[in-house]
Design a protein around this ligand. Structure first.
Ligand code: NAP
Length: 247
């Protein structure tokens, strides 16, 4: 029987690559997106074309009602077994002393509140004491949480630090519930997130200075996420795995 997986922010980038790889491995995938319906539909079509099952599901993770509606839509598949807390944003690079309150609010609303709300709804469904069947949750953090991202994104880095702490704490809360909780911490991955922060060439430019000498690909992050979702990672919980080319 196919297992059910929800991925937030799966219309492009790392979420999309994870949706395609997980579907190829037999997962039924909820492809969440915020604004780009056509891109999410394209991911679903690609999964269906390879014989898999997926559905596009709208919702802004920073909005609690949207998150609840999103999970209610996923409930129609049957029990939830996997969750990838992936949706995230950056903003144009600048030092903290130039950041507006509005920017900080949105950064923490999407990346912190959104992650906590999503993880909570996943936990409510997968925890055995709540009638769930157990499962695996993967949070998509960032090595920025260790580096601090000075002069660029200290807001983003702080939000990702909160996701690391959530991973460690929730892994302890849910260990006895049959739910594993881990994080991947990508480095410079070639996706559209850099253009959304006003630096389309950022991954390629800075990737050259990493020990592996290049930016990473979304598919390389997806491999680690799908492994963590799988029972092959059955003794791994509370782990933060850097997928950052040694950065
Ligand atoms: P991306 O290409 O910009 O894709 C972001 C995805 O998130 C899109 O599907 C977008 O959907 C969705 N999204 C954005 N805001 C949302 C919201 N409020 N609610 C629901 N969905 C939302 O980004 P990416 O590079 O794949 O990044 C994915 C995750 O990896 C993020 O958490 C990011 O912080 C993390 N990460 C990325 C890198 C990197 O170098 N790329 C490095 C470290 C960590 P719409 O298009 O519909 O808005």
């Amino acid at each position: 029987m196919s297992k059910n997986l929800l991925i937030t922010g799966a219309s492009r980038g790392i979420g999309r690559a994870t949706a395609l790889l997980a579907a190829a491995g037999g997962w039924t995938v909820g492809v969440n997106y915020r604004s780009d319906r056509a891109a999410a539909d394209e991911v679903v079509a690609q999964i269906e074309a390879m014989g898999g099952k997926a559905v596009a599901l709208p919702g802004d993770v920073a909005n609690e009602e949207d998150v609840q509606r999103l999970f209610e839509a996923v409930d129609r598949f049957g029990p939830l077994h996997g969750l990838v807390v992936n949706a995230g944003i950056v903003a144009p690079p600048m030092p903290l002393l130039e950041m507006s309150g509005e920017r900080l609010q949105r950064m923490f609303d999407v990346n912190v509140l959104g992650s906590y709300l999503t993880a909570r709804e996943g936990a409510r469904r997968m925890a055995r004491s709540r009638g769930g069947e157990g499962g695996s949750m993967v949070l998509v953090s960032s090595v920025a949480a260790s580096l601090g991202a000075p002069f660029e994104y200290v807001d983003y880095a702080g939000a990702k630090g909160a996701m690391d702490v959530l991973t460690r704490g929730l892994a302890k809360e849910l260990g006895g519930e049959g739910v594993r909780v881990n994080a991947v911490r990508p480095g410079l991955i070639d996706t559209e997130i850099h253009a959304s922060g006003g630096q389309p060439d950022r991954a390629e430019r800075l990737g050259k200075a990493t020990p592996l000498g290049r930016a990473g690909r979304a598919e390389e992050v997806a491999e680690a996420i799908v492994w963590l979702l799988d029972d092959k990672a059955s003794y791994t919980t509370g782990a933060l795995i850097d997928i950052a080319g040694g950065r």
